[in-house]
Design a protein around this ligand. Structure first.
Ligand code: ZN
Length: 466
């Protein structure tokens, strides 16, 4: 992208950057909520190492109710059922009547009451991000579980032997499972189902993973929230060859017993209802061909960023995409489509439409980055939607292997092409054109070949294509 997207620095870092209190008042941060600029009649300020904002910014910008009691010198902030009370110049706040210490206090400057932004926002579940280059405070409403969720998984446990038990509250029903190969695994999706907050707290990088070493039929399992709206819980169970299972249901419990296919009962009068056998065959050939869209960023009248080698981002993006196209055309299970194959500029909307009309299975946008400072280097992978997280993780691993540059991590950002498409979609920034060493790597033919082949390996890994 043309714009340098800073590392995600939380406000604690922000505080240390402006630790010289009082002199920093001229730094006026811009406030954004869900990407929209918040207007404020009185500028936000950095005081006592924190961003403080007028109460009106909180009430009108964030939509919280706020009242100021002049006699008690107390601001009361309401959001939903939650209440925060902040007393003037007192660093102890009352959050739902519990005392919580703050880094800063409410204050009055030139007759305006200023309250600490981050403290209030975080109590009400806002995520914070500081963009250092742009001097912007970005606040995000965290995704909430949609109202139509009907069930909550409270526990998924391995019972020893070859069985799993899923405990739940409400209504939880599995969709017809999918059997996938390499490794052999069975995938259950539970529509309108989320995880209990206790179970959610155990998630690491969005999932829980469990390895089983003492079973013939079960190698392990993992579960995650596959989609947030509507909520869909996904359970993936790694199984051995010729393995079938029996599902039994009890009040608040689903029990899965894995066994040899030949042992799966077929007696229609058996108490288990109904016995489900995993078909060991591959899915039909038609669904075996995946449509993959590669999107070389920029092009034509939009050159993207200029490199220190005087070559343009659009040139790198296209070169790697064309190399990927050549490699992907050799794959019998993949059909590759490029949003551009020459120096042209399809609009972002056209790129989205292209992938959507193909009903593509995967979308990968290729970019390279630029920063004001020549010392910033490294590669990043962006996703936006929940269904793109695992693709981002796999692609990023290969991007780092291919570029050999600094690992700047997987990040979430609402770039149009990965936001408005619906299939798993990620955008890679393969390195910084503004860094001498990254630029040399990005425009080196051998490096480009390596990046292309790693990204293709990532696509194949994600799609389970051998
Ligand atoms: Zn770009």
């Amino acid at each position: 992208m043309k714009r340098f997207v800073s590392m995600l620095l939380f406000m604690s870092v922000f505080f240390t950057l402006f630790a010289t209190v009082g002199h920093a008042a001229e730094v006026i941060p811009k406030l954004y909520l869900n990407g929209k600029l918040l207007q404020s009649e009185v500028n936000p300020q950095i005081i006592d190492n924190a961003t403080v904002v007028p109460v009106r910014t909180v009430s009108e910008g964030l939509g919280y109710q706020i009242t100021w009691d002049n006699a008690a010198k107390t601001a009361t902030v309401n959001h939903g059922n939650d209440v925060i009370k902040l007393k003037l110049n007192d660093n102890i706040a009352l959050v739902n009547d519990q005392m919580v210490q703050m880094d800063t206090t409410a204050s009055i400057i030139k007759g305006t009451t200023l309250v600490p932004l981050r403290f209030i926002g975080e109590q009400f579940g806002l995520g914070f991000e500081w963009k250092a280059t742009e001097k912007e405070v970005h606040m995000y409403e965290q995704p909430t579980v949609p109202a139509e969720t009907t069930g909550w998984i409270t526990q998924i446990s391995y019972d020893g032997g070859s069985s799993l038990t899923i405990n739940y509250d409400g209504v939880v029903k599995a969709n017809k499972p999918l059997l996938l190969e390499n490794p052999k695994r069975v995938v259950f999706d539970f529509p309108a189902t989320a995880y209990s907050s206790d179970l959610n707290a155990q998630f690491l990088n969005g999932q829980v993973q469990f390895e089983v070493t003492d079973s013939t039929y079960l190698d392990g399992f993992r579960y995650s929230l596959f989609s947030n709206s509507p909520a869909t819980a996904r359970l993936v169970i790694l199984i051995g060859d010729n393995t079938g299972y029996v599902m039994t249901e009890d009040l608040g419990k689903i029990h899965l017993s894995f066994m040899s296919l030949t042992d799966v009962p077929v007696d229609p009068n058996a108490s288990i209802d109904p016995p489900v056998v995993i078909e060991p065959e591959n899915p039909p050939a038609a669904s075996d061909v995946f449509d993959v869209v590669i999107d070389p960023g920029h092009g034509g009248s939009d050159p993207g960023a200029k490199s220190v080698l005087n070559m343009w981002e659009k040139e790198f993006n296209l070169a790697v995409s064309l190399k990927m196209k050549t490699l992907l055309e050799k794959e019998s299970k993949i059909k590759v489509h490029l949003t551009r194959t020459g120096d042209t500029y399809p609009s972002l909307a056209e790129r989205v439409k292209f992938a959507e009309s193909l009903k593509a299975d995967l979308f990968l946008s290729i970019h390279s980055n630029s920063a004001a400072s020549a010392s910033i280097m490294g590669a990043e992978t962006y996703y936006y939607r929940d269904n793109s997280k695992s693709l981002a993780a796999i692609i990023h691993k290969h991007l780092i292997a291919g570029t050999g540059t600094k690992d700047r991590g997987v990040k979430k950002e609402a770039y149009k092409v990965i936001k408005e498409t619906t299939m798993p979609a990620v955008l890679v920034e393969a390195g910084f054109l503004s860094s001498a060493s990254d630029a040399k790597m990005l425009f080196d033919d051998a490096s480009q070949n390596r990046i292309a082949s790693e990204l293709v390996a990532g696509i194949k890994e994600y799609l389970n294509v051998k």
